[in-house]
Structures are given as C-alpha cells and as structure tokens.
Design a binder for this molecule. Structure first.
Ligand code: BES
Ligand code: MN
Ligand code: MN
Length: 462
C-alpha cells in the first residue's frame, strides 16, 4: 500500500467526521439570514488549515464575505500551487424534498455509492471537495511529503457570483503569485471512469419584468381587452428558441467557437449511455439543439433557460385576475469566445425589441462570467493525468463541463496562470438539488490523488 493510502486508512474516520462537522454549519451565501453561519464557516476553515500545517493563515475581509488565505512556502525556487475552493453553499430549499435535513449530515449507501455517501448541502459542492485539499495538505505536512509551495484561497461567495473575490485577486496579485491553480469543484464521469474537466461554460444571468396595466384587474371585466403580462412574457420567452432549438437572439452565435469534426468525434468517445441518462431523470426523450449530441449540448453549445417565473395568483383555489406584472429569471450558458457582457447587451436589446406596445419591459442583468478551456498540452495537465493514473489505474479522459466557475477566467487574466480542474463529484450527486451527497469513495480518492499531483507537478517543473 502507498504511504498516502496507509495514512488515509489510519485517519479516514476522523477525515469523515471533520467534514461532517463542517457540513453542519449552514453557510448559505445567498440568504442574509445565514450571515453569521457563513462567517463561522470561514473561521472553521481557517482553523482546519492551521491544523493541516500551513505556516500562515488569515481571514481577509472584503466588502462581502471573507476569504480564507493560507500558505506554506518551503523554498523560493520550488513551484507554487494555488488551491481555490469555496466554503459557501446553495440554499437548501425546497426543504420538504430532502429525505433528511440538509444541515444534519448522514451517511447512506446508494447504488452508485456502495461504500456510502455523505448527504448534506455542500457535501460535494464544494465543502467536501475543498476539504479534500485540506486533508491532502495534512498528509503531506505530517509525513514530510510536501514537495513544493502551496497557497490556499477559499472564498464564501462563489454561489452568488464571486464579486469580492474578483476585487481581492486584483488587489493581491503578488501575494497570490503561483505556477498553477488547482480546483476541485467539478465532477468526473464515473467512479471507474476518471476524467479531468477541461472546460467550463460562461454565464449571463438576467431578470426580466413585464408590466401591463397599472394595477391588477378583474379578468372578466378587462379580460380580452388588455395585454396580460403573463401571457405576453410566456410568448416572448417561447420565441427565444426556434423549431430547431436554436436561440433566436440576433448575433448570439456570432462568436461561438465551432469545433472540428475530429474534435467532436474525440469527444464522442467518452463513455455515455443516452438510455441510462434518460432513465436516471425519468424522461421519455432528451431535448436540445438540433444537430448536436447530449454531451455536446451540455458542454460546447450555449443555452438559454428560464430559471424561475412568477406573477399573478398562485395561492390556494382560484382568483380571477389579470396581474399587472410578470417576472422571470433567465440564465444563458456561454461557450469560449462569447463575451458575457456582449451577450447580456444582445439579450437586453432583443428582449426590449420583441415586446409589444401593450406592455413595458425592464431587464436587470445579474452576475455573469466568461467560459474557460484548459490546455491539455502542458505540464499541469500531464501531472494531473499521471496522478489519476497512480490512484485509479487508468488514464483520465479530458472532458468539458457545462457548469460555470466564472472566477477561473479572471484568474487567468489577473494572475496569468492556468487552472487545473480535478473534480471528484458525480453528476448524480445532486449538487444544488435536494439530497446533495458526496461519495466516501470520491472523498478519500480525492485526498489520495491530490498529493500525486503535487509530486508530479514539482517533478515536471524541473
Ligand atoms: N461547482 C459549481 C460549478 C460546476 C459544477 C462546474 C459541476 C462543473 C461541474 C459551482 O459552485 C456553481 O454552482 N457555479 C454556478 C455559477 C455561479 C456564478 C453561481 C453554476 O454553474 O451555476
Ligand atoms: Mn462549486
Ligand atoms: Mn455550486
């Protein structure tokens, strides 16, 4: 057995219990009711990094939630790895859909996780994955196996747009100087099919408000004679896709990078079963842009989705009313070369232009970010690939993800370094959903694989 495996074997119960304690703190960044819990989580992360052997740990105040920064610098001439993660989590609601309370972690076995999985909000996204790095650090410092310098930057606003982190990075370029950024906040194909995430989509998030008459009206007295903002909004939204599920906003696809047939064929080699996919979601048939496969639709193609829609009467029973206003939250996932500011502008212009005169519309942009593609012809990717080979016994498959971590492209712009995305979650782990969980196998495998990345990256840097 390797040293790291032995260490994990000896300490795994404690590793699991420590993560469970961290998961009990409801660090929901989106909801100010949890303000103190988010701050307490930052303190807990700080303490864990101290115990893991970092020489210097601090809580960095920002206009929003603090950033936990830590480092251990062993020699100037050695490479420096910057680990990024987030300690905030998504809101847990709808609470009634959880089989056990979101902030009372429990371990349960599932078909996919026969060794058990920890069920709690943040188990996979991202406390569990972030904490793998803390425990890998503990192993390396406790056993004299840390081969290079390391810096940690753990933020508390990822799930709400990382605004303070952008501010922090711009101000601290020197402090954050590094040779590679390492993040575990994505997934892999399956526990026996390791993969490395080589792309993230960008994002533009907007909210729209459609106003009809100046007050709610009796739907009998006025119905048929004035625009119903809910009818109009749903028509406008429906028109944003054509019959081939292409997005109809003029200019939307102008900068989309079209992959070559060879690149798409290469992507198509990743193991995937449409049947299993549909079955896992209880859907008769998949849906998406004509001419693309499921894996292309959710990674190399941009999308537009309504995330929420409301207005009018939604209480018990019936109320005959034409509402004055209707609302929707809309997100667009973007691919490399699409600029999120440009896409937001195109959306605003188009949405205003398709509104009939009978209503007024207001579009409010929320946050957004650029997409990212990791090069695979560099030593960082090679080191990651060798690390998975060492612990999974298989070469990992490079795979683009559909999710977004907008701050990654800012890291590249401001810190001039590349990011390696070593994610150990599974798509079925229900991140952002009720019953989020993280496999014990995945958690421990992550802790085991990370030190190999340090080792190979340091060796290949020579
Ligand atoms: N960790 C996720 C992103 C992710 C998950 C990427 C799985 C790839 C695979 C991250 O916490 C997240 O949820 N990001 C948000 C964007 C953010 C601006 C709120 C997202 O993708 O919706
Ligand atoms: Mn995350
Ligand atoms: Mn998330």
């Amino acid at each position: 057995m390797s040293d790291v495996k032995k260490y994990i074997e000896a300490h795994k119960d404690r590793f699991i219990n420590e993560l469970i304690e961290l998961l009990k703190i409801p660090s929901v960044s989106a909801d100010s009711a949890f303000n103190q819990d988010v701050l307490n989580t930052a303190d807990a992360v700080k303490e864990s990094l101290e115990k893991a052997g970092c020489d210097f740990v601090e809580i960095c105040e920002t206009p929003g939630y603090p950033i936990v920064y830590a480092e251990k610098i062993i020699a100037k001439n050695l490479p420096t790895i910057l680990v990024y993660g987030h300690y905030d989590v998504q809101p847990a609601d709808p609470l009634h859909l959880w089989d056990s309370p979101a902030f009372e972690p429990i371990i349960k076995k599932t078909d996919i996780h026969p060794e058990g999985a920890i069920f709690a909000r943040g188990a996979c996204d991202d406390k569990g994955q972030m904490y793998m790095h803390v425990k890998a650090m503990e192993y390396m410092t406790a056993t004299g196996n840390l081969p290079c310098n390391v810096k940690f930057m753990i933020e508390g606003e990822e799930e709400v747009g990382s605004e303070s982190l952008g501010w922090f990075v711009k101000q601290n370029q020197e402090k954050l100087a590094n040779d590679v950024i390492l993040i575990s906040d994505t997934g892999m194909i399956a526990n026996d099919i390791p993969s490395i995430t080589t792309g993230l989509r960008g994002l533009s998030y907007v909210e729209v408000e459609v106003t009809g008459p100046n007050r709610d009206l009796h739907s009998g007295l006025y119905g048929g004679a004035v625009a119903n903002p809910i009818n109009i909004l749903t028509q406008m939204i429906a028109s944003l896709h054509d019959e081939n599920n292409h997005i109809t906003i003029p200019g939307f696809y102008d900068k989309v990078e079209e992959l070559s047939r060879t690149e798409r064929d290469e992507m198509g080699k990743a193991p995937f079963s449409q049947e299993a996919y549909n079955k896992a979601l209880d859907i008769e048939e998949e849906h998406g842009e004509k001419g693309y496969t499921t894996n292309e639709r959710n990674s190399i193609r941009p999308t537009l989705d309504v995330n929420g829609i409301w207005g009018g009467y939604t209480g018990e029973g019936a109320k005959t009313v034409i509402a004055s206003k209707a609302y929707a939250k809309i997100s667009m996932r973007l691919v490399p070369n699409q600029d999120w500011h440009e896409i937001t502008d195109l959306f605003v212009k188009h949405f205003e232009s398709i509104a009939p005169k009978s209503v007024t519309v207001k579009v409010t942009p929320h946050h957004g970010g650029q997409g990212y593609v990791t090069p695979i012809d560099n030593i960082a990717y090679q080191a990651a690939s060798k690390a998975y080979e060492a612990t999974f016994g298989k070469t990992p498959i490079p795979q683009r993800s559909g999710g977004s971590i907008p701050i990654v492209s800012l890291f590249e712009d401001e810190l001039k370094s590349k990011t390696i995305l070593m994610g150990f979650g599974l798509d079925s782990d229900a991140i952002h959903s009720p019953n989020e969980h993280f496999g014990i196998f995945n958690y421990l495998k992550g802790i085991e694989t990370i030190p190999y990345f340090y080792k190979y990256f340091t060796e290949l840097s020579k």
